[in-house]
Ligand binder design. Structure first.
Ligand code: NAI
Ligand code: 15L
Length: 268
């Protein structure tokens, strides 16, 4: 049966807020979880991913989890370790113990951020391209994908790992013309990931059907995802403001954009 009750972690964040407004139309009842309180949502669970008891209670009885919580940009390793690595492990362990069948994991393009962006005419980047994290942040998403594979192989807990490009109301950079996922397409993709049958552990890229797309959406389409949006209507204005991407500039020539150039944040 299709999942109906879904735990949404990271519900207070940018993507969580978008999904709180878009996913109920697909018939889901959302249980909300975030370390930050959410105004107007007295039933939301306000807890940290390090709180194993709170997580165990939060996943109890849900059909699936949409796991968006975590640090969403580069940060000192120790912080990434707590929220994204240990936090995601805690979530999987809670889900395993409570018998939750599926997790949709918000992975990121930054798990493969050091992959050179294809130039026009070159093949799109496949999902099985070697992982090349561009930051400690991207490394934590790479860990999350491996954790998901382990929990499928060892425990039969299914995951769709969605390597999200940039999910914001509008693309705001020339790079985003290639990696943008409209919020409406985001909801379509998460819905497909929550409902497709027999996913095991499936990795997909998360973006709209952009004219300037860098990666292969076929594994997402195989779940039933049918993207309806394209960033191209924003192209002329963004290119006039910012210029075309220069593939010789590392911050332009890799999937991860400026993340490849950002120095690690030391110390702890
Ligand atoms: P965000 O930073 O706006 O939201 C993340 C939420 O997670 C926040 O509300 C924060 O309070 C919560 N959180 C962080 N650490 C936590 C912890 N230890 N315990 C409980 N809650 C915690 O990020 P955004 O943009 O909404 O992204 C959501 C997820 O999607 C993140 O995992 C991010 O890495 C991933 N992602 C997002 C992309 C995007 O374009 N928005 C692109 C690629 C991946
Ligand atoms: C991400 O993983 C971040 O969470 C998001 O804030 C954007 O920076 C996005 O990647 C991107 O690559 O544009």
């Amino acid at each position: 049966p299709a999942p109906r009750t879904v735990l949404l972690t990271g519900a207070a964040g940018g993507l969580g807020t978008l999904m709180r407004s878009l996913l109920p139309a697909y018939g889901y009842t959302l249980r909300l979880f975030d370390v930050r309180p959410i105004e107007g949502e007295p039933d939301a669970v306000t807890a940290d991913l390090t709180d194993k008891d709170a997580l165990r209670e939060a996943v109890r009885g849900v059909d699936a989890v949409l796991h968006l919580a975590g640090i969403s940009l580069e940060a000192p390793f120790e912080k990434i370790l707590r929220s994204n690595i240990e936090g995601t492990y805690n979530l999987y362990e809670a889900a395993r113990r409570e018998g939750v069948a599926r997790i949709v994991f918000a992975s990121s393009n930054h798990a493969v951020g050091f992959t050179p962006a294809p130039r026009p005419g070159e093949p799109l980047i496949p999902v099985d391209t070697p992982r090349r994290p561009d930051t400690f942040y991207g490394l934590s998403k790479s860990f999350g994908e491996d954790l998901a594979q382990l929990y499928w192989d060892k425990h039969g807990l299914e995951t769709v790992s969605v390597r999200i490009g940039s999910c914001f109301p509008e693309p705001t950079s020339v790079r985003m013309l290639s990696v943008w996922m409209s919020p409406a397409d985001g909801a379509r993709l998460f819905h497909a990931a929550l409902t497709a049958e027999g996913v095991g552990h499936t990795v997909v890229y998360g973006s709209s059907a952009n004219t300037r797309l860098w990666w292969d959406l076929s594994s997402a389409r195989a779940l039933g995802y049918d993207p309806q949006d394209d960033s191209e209507p924003y192209a002329a204005k963004l290119i006039a403001e910012q210029g075309e991407l220069d593939p010789e500039n590392p911050a332009h020539g890799h999937l991860g954009g400026h993340f490849v150039n950002d120095p690690p944040i030391w110390p702890y």
